[in-house]
Each structure stands twice: as structure tokens, then as C-alpha cells.
Design a protein around this ligand. Structure first.
Ligand code: TXA
Ligand code: MG
Length: 322
């Protein structure tokens, strides 16, 4: 079983494992990541193995400085402005990969682009000490809900990895926003911890959504974040035997009958709701209800990312999972 070690004491252990080509689960501001040296093919292969993740689904490479990012990818002026405004933070940029980058091709699944992000906190210090980028998908088994606590990582992956670095609950709670600049236009490949409104306000360029983003970000298959229970969205009335994932001060009709209830944010705060989303889905799943009923959640701000994850949690369970 993996050792769970507080972040304050785990830096040297994590470094030693990563330098030896092993994988380590660690906190970022969004969700926990399962990290390995992005230049080491064996390390990257271990990430895919531990997660049970299909290999055509590329990983995000995490950097600790702009200089490290520039060594890996060609950064156009608009992407550079985004990096300047939002790094370190929950924003991932898809950029043309440099041939000289030294990134193992398993990381990009053979694409000529790479997804790059500069995280905050423990991960950042670790990458700086290692001096190499870390490939890190969310630290959950493929298809499962992402982990926002060290305990959730240990439960999901503890028998497959050696170290989980415990940095407490992750503050953002949903994964990073993924953007790609194309011909000076901003395309949203995945809504996440930085909202479209924040990006537009900071940069003055419209964020474009496209229906085919699912194909462009190969991991964005519909069935994803799947709890054991079925998920029913936008409920105004509860059916017998359902668990309730609530939002805001007013309850759906029949809420008293819920086998269990968790409120993402009693005061209707989307930031709080995002931080609670994955752990509350897991909590409700533990009650063994056949269905988790979810109250409507507004689509603005972080609501876009929350609704995106819930839609995937509710989708019919397919073969392809992240
Ligand atoms: O917040 C996050 O982004 C977390 C933390 C650990 O950093 N990571 C994360 O990684 O969510 P993962 O692997 O679960 O999701 C990465 C997504 C996938 O949907 C993948 O398809 C997409 O990024 N992606 C990676 N490389 C890409 C590329 N070159 N072009 C388009 N999409 C890419
Ligand atoms: Mg994931």
C-alpha cells in the first residue's frame, strides 16, 4: 500500500522516487495528480498502467517556470499573455511541441502539440528541484471521479503506487481549464478552474466553444467521472430511493425522502460548489443509492466546469474513459 505523507515532509522522498522513474501522487491547486518524469518513457508508461488509462489519451506536462515551458513548446503571443496572467494556476495551454523538447512521445500520444500547465504549491517546488517537467493526469483510476484529497487517492490507487503526498483538500476542486490558440482565436477544449469570464476580462479575447472539442482533447470522452450510482441532472423532484446532491438554499420537492443529502453550497456559491463536487459525489456514492439526483446548477462562472463534469458523470458508461 502507498505511504501517505504530509507535504511538509515528503519533498525528498518524492524527488527520489521521480528521479528513479517511479510515479508519485501529489496535490495541485485543482485536483491530485499522478506524476512522473515527462522525459522518461518508463515513468510515463507507469502512469498509464496505474490509472488503467488508454494510451491514445495524452497527458498534461507540468512546468515550474516560463523558461521550462519555452524549452518544450512554441509559445505564441496570445498564449504568452495567458500564461503571464494565469500561471501559476488552473490553466492548461495546448501548444506546438518543439522537437528538441525531450518529452517522451507517450505523453503527447504522438501529437505534435503538448498541453502545458504551471501549477501552484508543492508540485511547483518539486518540479523546480527535479529540473524536469512532470506529466500528471488526475490521480484516479480511469473513468472514476477525480481525487481532491489524499485519502481519495489512496483509496483509488493505493495498491498501485508507493507514495501519496498529502497537501490537504485541493482548493479549486475541478481540473484546469484547457485552451488552445488557433489563428489568434481562443478555443476552449475543457472548461475548468479558470472561468471563461475571467479569461475574457483579462485578455479581451472571446473564448470560443466548439462542439467538436471532444475530439480535439482526446480525453474528453463523454463517460467520465463516473460514480457507481447513476446520475440524474437538473432534478426538481426526487424519486424514492435517490440520494440528493443539492445546491443553494432551496430544496427539490421530496428532498426529505433522499437516502442521503449533500449540499455543494448552501449559499449558492459556485467556487465552494466546485471545491466540494468530487468528494460529495464520492460520499453520496458510498450510501449505495442506485441514483444520485442533482439539483440545477447555474451555468455561469465555475458553473460551466461543474455542469460539464456532472454531464460526464451522468453519461451512459462507454468503453473509453479518462
Ligand atoms: O487540473 C488538471 O488539469 C489536472 C492536474 C493534475 O493538473 N490534470 C488533469 O489531467 O486533469 P488529465 O490527464 O486528467 O486531463 C488532461 C486532458 C485530457 O482530456 C487530454 O485529452 C487533454 O488534457 N490533452 C492533453 N494533451 C493534449 C493535446 N496535445 N491536445 C489536446 N488535448 C490534450
Ligand atoms: Mg482526469
Amino acid at each position: 500500500m502507498a505511504e501517505v505523507k504530509p507535504a511538509a515532509k515528503a519533498l525528498e522522498d518524492a524527488l527520489a522516487l521521480l528521479a528513479a522513474g517511479e510515479v508519485v501522487a501529489l496535490p495541485t491547486e485543482t485536483v491530485y495528480g499522478l506524476a512522473g518524469d515527462a522525459t522518461n518513457g518508463e515513468a510515463v508508461a507507469r502512469i498509464f498502467e496505474a490509472k488503467g488509462r488508454p494510451r491514445f489519451n495524452p497527458l498534461i506536462a507540468h512546468v515550474s517556470s516560463l523558461a521550462m515551458a519555452e524549452d518544450i513548446a512554441h509559445i505564441d503571443p496570445l498564449s504568452a499573455r495567458l500564461a503571464e496572467k494565469f500561471w501559476p494556476g488552473p490553466l492548461t495551454l495546448v501548444l506546438p511541441l518543439r522537437e528538441s523538447a525531450g518529452i517522451h512521445p507517450l505523453v503527447t500520444a504522438g501529437l505534435d502539440t503538448i498541453a502545458l500547465r504551471m501549477p501552484r504549491g508543492f508540485a511547483s517546488g518539486l518540479i523546480e528541484r527535479l529540473g524536469r517537467p512532470l506529466a500528471a493526469p488526475s490521480a484516479n483510476r480511469s473513468g472514476r471521479v477525480s481525487a481532491t484529497t489524499a485519502a481519495a487517492v489512496a483509496e483509488d490507487l493505493g495498491d498501485r503506487i508507493r507514495l501519496v503526498v498529502d497537501g490537504g483538500p485541493t482548493p479549486v476542486g475541478v481540473e484546469s481549464t484547457i485552451l488552445k490558440v488557433e489563428d489568434g482565436r481562443l478555443r476552449l477544449l475543457r472548461p475548468g478552474g479558470v472561468t471563461a469570464e475571467e479569461i475574457e476580462a483579462a485578455i479581451g479575447v472571446a473564448v470560443e466553444r466548439r462542439d467538436n472539442a471532444a475530439i480535439e482533447a482526446p480525453g474528453m470522452m463523454l463517460s467520465h467521472y463516473a460514480p457507481g450510482a447513476a446520475v440524474r441532472l437538473g432534478v426538481s423532484s426526487l424519486q424514492p430511493g435517490e440520494a440528493l446532491l443539492a445546491f443553494g438554499p432551496r430544496r427539490a420537492a421530496g428532498w426529505e425522502r433522499a437516502v442521503a443529502t449533500k449540499n455543494l453550497s448552501g449559499r449558492g456559491d459556485l467556487r465552494e460548489a466546485a471545491a466540494n463536487l468530487f468528494s460529495f459525489l464520492k460520499d453520496l456514492d458510498r450510501h449505495g443509492a442506485k441514483t444520485i439526483a442533482v439539483e440545477p446548477i447555474p451555468f455561469d462562472g465555475l458553473g460551466e466546469a461543474i455542469n460539464d463534469r456532472l454531464k460526464r458523470a451522468a453519461a451512459p458508461r462507454g468503453e473509453h474513459r479518462d
